[in-house]
Design a protein around this ligand. Sequence first.
Ligand code: CO
Ligand code: CO
Length: 317
Amino acid sequence: MPSNLLRSDDQSVLVGIGDDAGVYKLSDEIAIVQTADFITPVVDDPLEFGRIAAANALSDVFTMGAEAKTALALAMRDFEHVSLEALREVMIGGAEKIKECGAVLLGGHTVDDLEMKYGLSVTGVVNPRRFWRNQGAQTGDKLILTKPLGMGIITTAAKSDMVSKVALNEAIGFMSRLNLYAMRAALPFAIRACTDITGFGLIGHALEMIRDEISYEIAYEKLPYLRAALSFASIKVAPGGAYKNRDYFKPSVKFAKTLKSEEELILFDPQTSGGLLIAVASDQAEQCLDALKKAGDEKAAIIGSVRDRGEARIVIG
Ligand code: CO
Ligand code: CO
């Protein structure tokens, strides 16, 4: 398809391809926010998988500072290995999360496939004059990450039964937690840019936020991550995506401090339903962080700041 067919000159398109979700203006008061995401199972339990996949899909609406309103289920069922009962459980897990954020499930579609996949198409609403984008961070802003990293490493280790029940449940808790609460808590503050951390890991998604005039400075010791993830990474138990992300994104990163290779992997670990990465005006950062923690995102942390463009797009200190 010629690339000009992917762009639109319709004046109602406020955000098109290239952000977490699209924004389309319906009137001066209301714009719809649309996105779709579906994933292969990250955990064995179908109910948990449904919750995580739904939280993951809904998140892209929250990254825009928007509320979710309606959802359609997208399911691909491996009919040889996934029973109808298991598919039903996945759907129930997803429906729980849709209901939790005050949205409704309007329908969906299931097809047969070689591998199970599930997710949602989500429509949200937002004020067309007041929504967040992934770009817009300014020099001096602080960076806040709302969930710990390392979830890709934990779920990969769990596939070989290496993870304790406690550590796996901790990761599941974070993955199924809606970014709705973080979005609502951050809404009163001067949020300059926002995205969520998913398959490209912290560094990949941070790079999507960085325009030509700025660089990000991230303090490694401030990063929230799941402790167990570091020990698995040190014995090279990590998803293939973590190594791919590292190969692809590492040239854009300058390490002001030497990290062990397992510490490095945490930066590149692909997340499912990861946290929001928020750029907030520096004089409001502490208050915003307090609000996030009060709302239940206890691992949220100020992980760095935005600087004028330096030689590297991201500096890890
Ligand atoms: Co996203
Ligand atoms: Co997405």
